[in-house]
Ligand binder design. Structure first.
Ligand code: FE2
Ligand code: FE2
Length: 349
């Protein structure tokens, strides 16, 4: 079980104080400031949200398991989620896309983002592979789990395809072959810590948002269409970047476990991409047409959070800086954490 990260501001401080001593969380003054924050990138908001989701997955060391259904935590989470979702919907332009979700997802898959994979392929050194692995660890060490929450919420032929995709993600039930386990082996090989949640303190809001997006969609039944769209675009857009990361791992050399992780995806996701669109999205949208709009929304939201993440990483590397947050010092929860001046959110292209 991961240990609780360090708080980053009033929201995470309020949550951790509530968990450590039962301090009141409902209508906490920190929530009054939500409108000042960029809900897509704010470090404190995204960390607090990530921590609200954590009890639904592995929990935290020392946090009772029933924190998962603590009413104050859920109410607090709902407020953060509402801002996050509203901001994601604000940047979605459904009128600019075809209504048919299969056609729309093919369009979204062609959108160009910042060239993170190409940069790593062409110029990436071992340091870049390590830092990229750390960013991805919040998601990848529990890869597939967020999407699995969707299975009991869906039915029919589309669900059968989703089960096939998920079964592959879990290595077909073979111990050690789940993609999350292959990723853990790759992190070990890179000399990194592979225990879940170890690096959360280093992950900026734009990185945590990529993982929180899956949890938002997976843990809210009303957003199951968005979850399907997220999974589908994930699969459709996987092969090219995974091939590039594989090429980088081969060039750097001495990283067979990392090569294997990427190679498995290159191989599996050719099939998954077809399965996701024709086997999952098409029959689901036909059976439940009311899901179609959110299937597209989920895909578009994924494209936007990934663009923000990639832009952040590339901009830091362009400055010859780490794209990770610095190692935090110990924080006394009893002392209020000052908030940094609000940064202007970068526009999404
Ligand atoms: Fe995978
Ligand atoms: Fe896949």
């Amino acid at each position: 079980m991961p240990t609780l990260p360090q708080p980053r501001g009033p929201l995470s401080t309020a949550l951790f104080l509530h968990w450590s001593g039962g301090a009141d969380l409902a209508d906490h003054p920190a929530l009054a400031d939500l409108d000042r924050l960029d809900p897509l990138a704010d470090d404190d908001l995204q960390l607090a949200l990530w921590c609200c989701y954590a009890p639904h997955y592995r929990g935290f060391d020392g946090l009772p398991a029933d924190a998962e259904w603590d009413p104050e935590t859920i109410a607090f989470r709902n407020q953060l989620e509402a801002r996050f979702e509203a901001a994601l919907r604000d940047e979605h332009r459904p009128e600019a896309l075809p209504a048919d979700p299969v056609v729309a997802l093919r369009v979204v898959a062609t959108w160009a983002g910042p060239p993170l994979a190409r940069t790593i392929e062409e110029e990436g050194e071992r340091f870049h592979l390590e830092e990229f692995a750390i960013h991805r660890s919040a998601y990848q060490l529990k890869e597939a789990d967020g999407h699995t929450f969707g299975l009991p919420r869906l039915t029919g032929a589309g669900r059968a395809a989703m089960v096939e995709i998920q079964a592959d993600e879990y290595g077909g039930g073979r111990p050690g072959e789940a993609h999350s386990e292959l990723f853990a082996a790759a992190m070990d090989e890179l000399g990194l810590r592979s225990d879940f949640g170890h690096y959360v303190d280093r992950l900026p809001g734009v990185t945590l948002a990529t993982d929180n997006l899956v949890s938002l969609f997976g843990l809210n039944r009303r957003l199951r269409g968005a979850l399907v769209g997220h999974l589908a675009l994930f699969e459709v857009c996987s092969v090219t970047p995974m091939s590039r990361y594989l090429a980088a791992a081969r060039r750097v050399g001495g990283l067979p476990a990392l090569e294997r992780f990427y190679a498995v995806h290159v191989e599996a996701d050719v099939h998954h991409a077809r399965l996701a669109l024709d086997g999952m999205v098409a029959p689901m949208a036909a059976a439940e047409p009311e899901l179609a709009a959110d299937i597209v929304f989920g895909a578009v939201a994924l494209a936007h959070v990934e663009k923000r993440f990639a832009r952040h990483v590339l901009q830091a590397w362009d400055r010859n800086e780490s794209s990770l947050l610095p190692v935090p010092g110990p924080v006394d929860l009893r002392v209020p954490v000052p908030r940094e001046p609000l940064a202007t959110a970068a526009p999404v292209g």
